[in-house]
Design a protein around this ligand. Structure first.
Ligand SMILES: C[S@@+](CC[C@H](N)C(=O)[O-])C[C@H]1O[C@@H](n2cnc3c(N)ncnc32)[C@H](O)[C@@H]1O
Length: 268
């Protein structure tokens, strides 16, 4: 498939799923390869015939959607956010609730890299150390199985500062495995972010490189309301470094001039 054919197919199909084409700018090649493999499996040669196939087979949309899921992630992604968390956000949140562990949600957690990073940073980088329970959710059961296994290729820990690595992982048959104390309190659950939030009210939610990159504006607005409902007043929402809440989102105020860190405030 030529690049322009793939672009036309995606421009037609993505909005039908509530995704925005622009969000896929950097990962289009990866999605194109998956579509090509799928077309080959179906014996379809041209993108316009695959489009016709989608039009005639409603069940193919679920397959198409799974091909559009991007699971790129790594430990300690966006280091300045983790530094802000360690230096003040986590200690401040913890000071508001000194008698209990904080409750955090990593929404769209992929294979758990973000959820474990949070557990590690709370225990080892925050001053004083902060007790935290982390719920990681993702729509992809395969990613969640990897998250529960907690074994990673060394490359995915590249950005985790060496002193943290030394204390939190050990070599296990060619992979790096997370030590038990940093797995305790971290749980994983299959969940579609477009549905109601998981039960409970969270002090901290990380929703990075999913809704506010790939979803269209109406979905972004709905997800912002879902997140507002899931976060306790005074709690904190963190997006990916280059993401922002849509202008119509309510219940949040920016806490940082440069980073997408928001405080949950009452709706006026
Ligand atoms: C790019 S990864 C982001 C991982 C991590 N949050 C980070 O910032 O590095 C996006 C993840 O969102 C998941 N995902 C896609 N659609 C979803 C949905 N509707 N609900 C929940 N998770 C979803 C994908 O399976 C993938 O693991």
């Amino acid at each position: 498939m030529r690049k322009d054919e793939a672009a036309r197919l995606l421009q037609w199909a993505l909005p039908r799923l509530g995704y925005r084409y622009r969000g896929f700018r950097r990962v289009r090649g990866q999605v194109q390869k998956r579509i090509e493999r799928r077309m080959a499996a179906l014996g379809i040669e041209h993108s316009k015939d695959y489009r016709r196939y989608l039009e005639g087979h409603s069940e193919e949309w679920a397959v198409f959607e799974s091909m559009c899921r991007i699971s790129i992630t790594r430990f300690y992604r966006d280091r300045d956010i983790w530094e802000r968390l360690a230096q003040n956000l986590l200690p401040q949140l913890s000071a508001r609730a000194p008698a209990r562990a904080l409750s955090a949600w990593s929404a769209g957690c992929a294979a758990g890299e973000e959820a474990y990073t949070l557990a590690i940073v709370a225990r080892l980088s925050a001053e004083p150390p902060v007790a935290i329970d982390v719920l990681g959710t993702d729509i992809d059961a395969h990613q969640l199985a990897r998250a529960r296994a907690a074994r990673y290729p060394p490359g995915s820990l590249r950005e985790l500062p060496k002193p943290l690595q030394d204390r939190t992982v050990f070599e296990d048959r060619g992979a790096l495995a997370i030590r038990a104390p940093f797995r305790a309190g971290v749980q994983f659950l299959e969940h579609d972010l477009r549905r109601d939030p998981p039960p409970g009210r969270f002090d901290l939610v990380l929703c990075r490189y999913l809704a506010f990159t790939y979803f269209d504006l109406p979905w972004q607005e709905r997800i912002a309301s879902t997140l507002a409902a899931a976060i306790a007043e005074g709690g904190v929402l963190i997006l990916g470094k280059h993401e922002r809440l849509p202008p119509a989102a309510t219940g949040f105020e920016p806490l940082d001039p440069h980073l997408p860190i928001y405080g949950r405030v009452p709706v006026a």
